[in-house]
Write a protein that binds this ligand. Structure first.
Ligand SMILES: [Zn+2]
Length: 252
């Protein structure tokens, strides 16, 4: 059984195709973490998970939507009590888009780490062009499990995040020809520290690069990890699912 640890299947871009995708998820016996990022998408993820056993949910405030994080945090706190919510996120820092200033992003991130600690939930971290600050905040604020979703940092920091007890989320970019650093991180990192994900509708793996990504494409990520690590697909599937269960709970 595969465990896709980062999907936005609740997003409105999938309206009209969602039922078909859910059928595919069920057919594959996949487990999926639906990740929220705004109040609306947090609620939509929960609504979807209420209908289907295959889904669990992370609720959080994405750094690019963190302008009014204080009222949002109240909503996240309430939603986090729902039985299908197993994590806080995605939260983190994104210095690529300058829609929200750094200090506001940092305050929202710290507040969500404190909430995760209080509720004893793991975290889903979004990090883009903010490796040092993300590490500094995590290492001083948070001691617990979680995932560096779609890890895009370097090899040195990969080790440092793992030392903090976090997993590396590996997604579609691992299949890209030019992703040599990420591929070498995957090659040299013990499988027990890796999780698999899609981040659909974004970051479709090769051979779908540039197209809308879908939840079941996690298969291509698993296949590519197997290729890099010279393991069979079943071994990678089983290990990454076991890891995901350790972080987010559930039974295989
Ligand atoms: Zn995401």
């Amino acid at each position: 059984m595969m465990f896709n640890t980062h999907s936005h299947l609740q997003d409105s871009v999938f309206d009209g195709k969602r039922d078909e995708l859910i059928q595919d998820v069920k057919q594959l016996g996949m487990k999926v973490l639906l990740v929220g990022y705004t109040p609306e998408m947090n609620r939509a993820a929960i609504a979807l998970a209420e209908q289907h056993d295959h889904f669990v949910v992370a609720v959080g405030i994405h750094p690019n939507h963190a302008d009014d994080w204080e009222p949002q945090l109240q909503i996240v706190r309430e939603l986090a009590r729902h039985e299908k919510v197993v994590a806080i996120g995605e939260c983190g820092l994104d210095y690529h888009w300058d829609t929200v200033d750094k200090h506001t992003q940092q305050a929202a991130f710290v507040a969500q780490l404190e909430l995760a600690t209080e509720l004893q939930l793991p975290i889903v971290v979004h990090m883009r062009k903010a490796m040092e600050d993300t590490y500094a905040i995590l290492s001083s604020t948070y001691q617990g499990p979680g995932v560096m979703h779609c890890y895009s940092g370097d090899a040195e920091y990969a080790k440092k995040f793992i030392e903090l007890g976090l997993h590396l989320g590996i997604g579609g970019p691992v299949t890209f020809k030019n992703a040599t650093e990420l591929q070498s991180i995957v090659a040299t990192t013990d499988l027990r520290h890796l999780l698999v994900e899609t981040d659909d509708p974004y970051l479709a793996p090769t051979p779908f690069r540039g197209q809308q990504n879908i939840v079941t494409h996690v298969q291509y990520v698993i296949e590519h990890i197997a290729l890099i690590k010279q393991l069979d697909v079943a071994t990678v599937t089983k290990a990454t699912t076991t890891n995901a269960m350790q972080v987010f709970g559930g039974e295989s």
